[in-house]
Design a protein around this ligand. Structure first.
Ligand code: GLV
Length: 291
């Protein structure tokens, strides 16, 4: 793709990098710690994932611009995964799968999607398209984020002062926030206690958002009835971890979404072109916010 679109820009795949002095752009998940020693002339670091929490941003020289992956393929995968999880919970598919294991044939009522209030934490490149997709399916959709967003059909709650009201009107809580110092451990006992009793949690953010013991507490107290976790800390969990066998937890191995080669590559190409022309890059992070 690079050879076709930007033939004047030599492209190398690690570890065959030719002269490291000549490297101006790097696309990586976890680059070497001593980045500026390995690549003294690096200008832009592209994360190949949606997150930048895997980077130790403080050690990356200020002169290096950092860009997270914002590409349509990632959003599409996330819409599919969250829709699957919400529909499965709403249509009791996790319950029916357990029933099948016990050879039980017992149906429940047909409940409208409108009866479920879905709340998405994080209204960014992933949270917004996910909310729009869920609204198409008839769910009552709310979003919570740092600042207010005007999206047709979605109620937007903003900032810490509106978090309690958001939680009180959420039956299915979806975490799609970046992991930063401000959001680490945010899915905790105090937050679960503010949800209506028997709610469902879907975590597609990072394992570090969740306080694991508090999730077990929430099940023991009937505060939550179901969790779908695509991310854990660590990944994978140790074999003896209680989440593996918990009847109310569905675990998937960090597969909700990932960058797609074609559309992700196109995004990096487009950003390099923008950068070289002196324009803004899509997904450049703010170092102070950490995303
Ligand atoms: C996956 O978790 C990503 O950050 O793209």
């Amino acid at each position: 793709m690079f050879a076709r679109e930007l033939p004047e820009l030599p492209f190398h795949v690690w570890p065959d990098i030719d002269d490291p002095q000549k490297v101006r752009y790097l696309a990586a998940w976890q680059p070497p710690e001593n980045l500026s020693e390995v690549f003294p002339n690096l200008e832009v670091l592209f994360s190949v994932g949606a997150g930048v929490d895997q980077l130790n941003i403080a050690t990356i020289p200020q002169s290096i611009r950092i860009v997270r992956m914002m590409e349509p393929g990632l959003a599409e995968g996330m819409m599919e995964y969250v829709l699957w999880a919400v529909l499965s919970y709403h249509r009791k598919m996790f319950h029916y799968a357990q029933q099948q294991g016990q050879h039980v044939w017992q149906g429940g009522a047909n409940i409208s999607a409108r009866a479920f209030r879905v709340g998405v934490m994080g209204m960014g490149a992933l949270g917004t398209p996910v909310l729009e997709k869920l609204a198409q399916f008839g769910y009552a959709c709310n979003g919570w984020s740092r600042s207010r967003h005007n999206i047709l059909g979605i109620k937007s709650y903003a900032g810490p002062e509106e978090l309690d009201a958001f939680l009180a009107s959420t039956d299915i809580l979806i975490c799609l926030m970046p992991l930063t110092d401000a959001t680490r451990g945010i899915l905790n006992r105090e937050l679960f206690a503010k949800l209506p009793k028997g709610s469902c949690l879907i975590n597609c953010g990072r394992g570090g958002h969740l306080v694991q013991d508090d999730l077990l507490w929430a099940f023991d107290n009937g505060q939550l009835s179901q969790a779908v976790l695509d991310v854990t800390d660590p990944e994978p969990l140790p074999k003896e971890h209680p989440f593996w066998d918990h009847p109310s937890i569905i675990l998937t191995p960090h597969v909700a979404s990932s960058s797609r080669v074609e559309s992700g590559g196109e995004m990096i190409l487009k950003n390099i072109t923008q950068y070289e022309r002196g324009f803004e890059m899509t997904g450049e992070i703010s170092r102070s916010l950490g995303y």
